[in-house]
Ligand binder design. Structure first.
Ligand SMILES: Cc1cc2nc3c(=O)[nH]c(=O)nc-3n(C[C@H](O)[C@H](O)[C@H](O)COP(=O)(O)OP(=O)(O)OC[C@H]3O[C@@H](n4cnc5c(N)ncnc54)[C@H](O)[C@@H]3O)c2cc1C
Length: 485
C-alpha cells in the first residue's frame, strides 16, 4: 500500500485528492494537509467583493467531503519537507503544524511515498509597503478579503450618494504581479455596481497594472477573430475601458502606498502618484514558506525551490533572453527533478520564465507580469500528478508519465464585467495554447480557431453556470468526475 500526501486543498490539491481516491484509493491511502477548513471557489470572490454573493456561497467545509470519500484530512500547515527522511526516520516525511482549533500549534510528522505540492501562492503583501488589508488597500484573494472589500466599496458608494466625488483605484500592487485578469474583472464589476447605484458621474475609476499594454493578461496578449476580422485583446480591452469611462495606467510598478496615495514608477522611469478613496490592489505571489532538509538535517531548500519560493519541476530553468524562450522550456510532468516522488502543481510549481515580454524601467526596476496559472490548468495538473503516480505504481520508476505542458494546453477564462441575470455581462476568452508557440503558429503564437473573445450577457450566464458546476464537482457529488477540470 502506498501513501499519497497532498499539500493544499485549493483548485489543484482538491482536484488531485478526489482523483487520487477515485483512481488509487482502493489499495492506497490518500492524505490531504491544508490549513483552511473551507474550500473556496476563488473566481467568485469577485462577486463577494461587490456584495453580489456572500462568503458562504463561495466556500464550504472540506472535512465532511473528505470523511465521505475516505480521504484523511489534517487541517495544518506543511512546514518542512524531509524527502530523504532523517537520522531517526528512513522514509520521506513532511513536518506539519496544526491550525485545526482542537490541536492548534501542535506539530506532527507525516510519512509519504508520493507527495503532491499544491500549496498555491503566498500572498506577498509585504513586497509593497502599505499594500493589503493590514495596510491601506483591500484585496479579493480570499473570501474573507473579498467580504472586507465589499464593505469598503459600500462605504465608498454611500459617500457618493451623499454627493461626494470619489476616486477608485483597482489593479495590481507590484511590478511582478500576476492574475491581472482578476483585477480587470473586479474593475468592471465595481464600475457596474456604481452605475447601478446611480452615482457613476461621481466616480473616477483607474485601472493600474504592470501589463505593458491593456489586454496583455500576463500571457503576452491574444490575437483572435471576431465577426470575421482579426483583432487583438489590446484593441478589445481598450474599447471596453473607453466605453465605460475607465482610465488606465499601464506598465506600472507600485512602489509604496500611503493612506489615500499610491506611489508608482512607470517603464520610462518617471515616478507618479495616484490618489484614492477606495483601492483594491492584488499582491504579488511567491511560494509558501516551505523548507526542505536532507537526511542530515542540512537545508536543501535552494535545490528544491526556485528563488521565487515555488517548487522546481521538469522545466528548463536556464536563464535566457526573451528571444531565446522556447515552448520546450515549460514543464510537462511537474515532477521534481531531484526527488521524482514529488510533484508540484497549480501555482506551486516554478515557471521557467514569464510569458509576457519582461521590461525594466529606466531605473532598472523589473516590470513584468508573472505567468498566470489559472483554474483550468491548475486542475488539469492536479489530476495529471495522480495519473502519473498511478503509472509509477503500476510500472515502477521507468513508467512513461502522461504530460500536459502549458505550451500544449488551452485555457478558458470568463471575466465578469457586471453581475445580474438580465443586465450582467462578461468577457469570455479562450486561448490555445497558453504559452504561445511561434513555431507552430508563426504570426500569432496561438491557434486562431481555438483563441477567441466575446463580451455579452451570455458570458455572465456561463460564469454563473461555472460557479455552480465547479462547486458541485468540488463537493464530489454524483458524476463529479465527468465534469472536466
Ligand atoms: C480574485 C481571483 C479571481 C480569479 N478568477 C479566476 C477565474 O475566473 N478563472 C480562473 O481560471 N482562475 C481564476 N483565478 C486563479 C485561480 O484562483 C487559481 O489559478 C487557482 O486557485 C490556483 O489553484 P492552486 O490550487 O494552485 O492554488 P489555491 O487554489 O490558492 O490553493 C492553494 C491551497 O494550498 C493551501 N496552502 C497554503 N499554504 C499551505 C501550506 N504551507 N501547507 C499546506 N497547504 C497550504 C491553501 O490553504 C489552499 O488550500 C482567480 C484568482 C483570484 C485571486
Amino acid at each position: 500500500m502506498a501513501r499519497i500526501v497532498i499539500l493544499g486543498a485549493g483548485i489543484a490539491g482538491h482536484t488531485a485528492a478526489l482523483h487520487a481516491k477515485r483512481v488509487l484509493g482502493r489499495n492506497n491511502e490518500v492524505i490531504v494537509i491544508s490549513p483552511n477548513s473551507q474550500w473556496n471557489w476563488i473566481p467568485s470572490n469577485i462577486w463577494v467583493g461587490v456584495g453580489k454573493m456572500t462568503q458562504n456561497q463561495v466556500t464550504f467545509p472540506l472535512a465532511p467531503i473528505y470523511r465521505r470519500k475516505g480521504i484523511i484530512f489534517h487541517q495544518a500547515l506543511a512546514k518542512n519537507l524531509y524527502p530523504e527522511g532523517d537520522a531517526t526516520e528512513s522514509n520521506p516525511f513532511v513536518e506539519i503544524q496544526y491550525t485545526d482549533p482542537s490541536m492548534n500549534g501542535l506539530t506532527a510528522r507525516i510519512k509519504y511515498d508520493f507527495l503532491v505540492n499544491a500549496t498555491g501562492p503566498k500572498l506577498n503583501f509585504a513586497a509593497t509597503t502599505g499594500l493589503g488589508p493590514d495596510g491601506f488597500t483591500v484585496s479579493v484573494c480570499t473570501a474573507g478579503h473579498a467580504n472586507e472589500a465589499s464593505r469598503a466599496l459600500k462605504e465608498c458608494i454611500s459617500r457618493m450618494k451623499e454627493g461626494n466625488r470619489q476616486s477608485l483605484a483597482i489593479g495590481v500592487g507590484h511590478g511582478t504581479c500576476t492574475c491581472e485578469g482578476a483585477a480587470f474583472e473586479y474593475t468592471f464589476n465595481v464600475e457596474h455596481e456604481i452605475r447601478v447605484a446611480g452615482v457613476r458621474e461621481l466616480a473616477d475609476i483607474t485601472y493600474i497594472t504592470n501589463e505593458n499594454e491593456l489586454g496583455d493578461f500576463g500571457v503576452g496578449g491574444l490575437v483572435f477573430t471576431q465577426n470575421g476580422f482579426q483583432t487583438t485583446s489590446e484593441l478589445w480591452t481598450q474599447s471596453l475601458f473607453r466605453e465605460r469611462g475607465i482610465h488606465a495606467v499601464v506598465g506600472a510598478h507600485v512602489e509604496k502606498i500611503e493612506k489615500g496615495i499610491i506611489h508608482y514608477e512607470l517603464v520610462d522611469g518617471s515616478r507618479n502618484t495616484l490618489s484614492f478613496d477606495f483601492a483594491m490592489l492584488l499582491p504579488p505571489f511567491r511560494g509558501v514558506d516551505l523548507k526542505a532538509f536532507d537526511s542530515h538535517g542540512i537545508d536543501i531548500s535552494e535545490k528544491i525551490f526556485a528563488p521565487s519560493g515555488f517548487m522546481k519541476v521538469d522545466a528548463d530553468y536556464t536563464a535566457k533572453p526573451y528571444e531565446q524562450w522556447r515552448t520546450e522550456d515549460w514543464p510537462k510532468t511537474y515532477q521534481n527533478p531531484t526527488f521524482p516522488n514529488m510533484y508540484a502543481v497549480g501555482i506551486a510549481f516554478a515557471p521557467p520564465h514569464q510569458i509576457s515580454k519582461p521590461l525594466k524601467s529606466a531605473n532598472g526596476t523589473l516590470i513584468a507580469p508573472s505567468p498566470p496559472r489559472t483554474g483550468m490548468p491548475s486542475g488539469i495538473m492536479g489530476k495529471l500528478a495522480i495519473l502519473s503516480i498511478r503509472e509509477v505504481l503500476a510500472h515502477g520508476p521507468d513508467a512513461i508519465l502522461p504530460t500536459a505542458s502549458m505550451s500544449d494546453m488551452g485555457a478558458a477564462c470568463v471575466a465578469s464585467a457586471g453581475s445580474g441575470l438580465r443586465k450582467g455581462s462578461a468577457a469570455s476568452m479562450t486561448m490555445y495554447p497558453i504559452v504561445p508557440d511561434y513555431v507552430k503558429y508563426p504570426n500569432t503564437g496561438r491557434s486562431l480557431e481555438d483563441t477567441f473573445g466575446e463580451i455579452g450577457l451570455s458570458g455572465h450566464w456561463i460564469k454563473l453556470l461555472l460557479h455552480y458546476m465547479f462547486i458541485y464537482k468540488a463537493k464530489a457529488r454524483l458524476g463529479w468526475s465527468f465534469i472536466p477540470e
